[in-house]
Design a binder for this molecule. Sequence first.
Ligand SMILES: [Zn+2]
Length: 498
Amino acid sequence: MTAQTVQQGDLVTVIGLEVHVQLETDTKIFCGCSTERTDEPNENVCPVCLGLPGALPVLNEAAVEAAVKIGKAIDADIPEETRFHRKNYYYPDLPKNFQITQYDEPICADGELEISVEGDRRTVTVERAHLEEDPGSLQHVGGGGGIDSAEYTLVDYNRAGTPLMEIVTAPDFRSPAEVRAFLAELEEVLEYLGVFDAERDGSLRIDANLSIIPAEEIDGEDTAEIGAEALAAANRTEVKNISSHKGAQKALAYEETRQKNAIQRGRAVEQETRHWDESRGITVSMRSKEEEKDYRYFEEADLPPLRVSGWKEEIAIPELPTARRERFEDEYGLSDEAASKLTSTKQVADFYEDVAGEYDPDLAATWVADNLLGELNYRDMEITAIEGRLEEVTRLVELVATDEITAKNARETVLRSMLDDGRTPDEVVAEEGLGKTGEDEVKRAVVEAVEENPDAVADYESGDDGAINFLVGQVMQKTGGSADPGDVNQLLRAELED
Ligand SMILES: [Zn+2]
């Protein structure tokens, strides 16, 4: 990020995040219950995740492996030994009255993630990332439907015990847009690691704290390095209930404006917890939150210390999005924009590399990044819908590259038919008669069009250049749309010059 010093009168926004990520494992973190989503409440439960007396937790190896992968991806320190603690609080979604989490010895510490905002790269520090269990979920029913207005509340423990990774950043963000870029990058990395499913409802939950620091307190300092003193002096609000990167940007933009308005009018900003109300697009004040000390963390005596030394070295991670983007630019000569699109998910990147390996990487990039992703997106389909049809996509690119069909027909007829009715490119070409018309045939059509349309020819000859478009249209009609309009235009002009 370019250094930006604070000017008189500036108000500087400072944001830090706590991101809760549900890890994709088959079973819960401390018992063998399935993490599969089901509509039947309290189906995937057992004495452990229901917190029945005497039931003992057993740590899920897959959850630890996912945590180590995340640690490696963000270049964090992964200590030889870490511990679990009990965070004590009373709430109906937590049957044991404590949550098993990590406290002063998290599995990952001091990591970082690079983000790109409007072409500027900057590094966000991840102070810590730790493993914990998800509580159950509550459903407020009847009345106003809200937490304070419903007639009654139902509890579902299917979610209780789903493994979570809580990722805590330093207060490194200076705008809501940076937060969004970070969350998008984080999601990409987690998906590349195969530890996260963004499509799953509630798989990403974000708490953000935001303060506004007046310039007087940090006059002349670089905005990227606001001191701890200035931060401690500012009141901050914690915004809860954010569940997507778009939501985060909206919630924080609202909160930023709200606080700046208060300061500009000489009012104090209250230190409080606020709830993001997505449907109304505003944050609302909640009861004040417990302090860390209220949770009375105890060491979890039912779980031994967790040692990952000797094992963590064996856990491999794949090439991550940033590295892959850079390699695509170097190896295939792609633009930054194309490389970004093609590495947006691991599946798309893998698919592109498979097509590029068979054919011209540049043409493959256009076909995968623009045409294929565009048509899939239009149909609300994922790249996975076409994964088994790699050869067909390669064949389509080949048909265009070898000039057997026009790019227009390839995109508008062949590709769309492939997606809509499952035909292969060769089937579509044969059945729709799309084979590119031979040059002789196009020439014949050009001569015919000139003979049949003396008025348009006269217009052209008297200087009306637009008349050529009419003639091109006539030739296209005669050739069933399978001629190249650019070629037709040239042939027509040549014919009319004679
Ligand atoms: Zn269970």
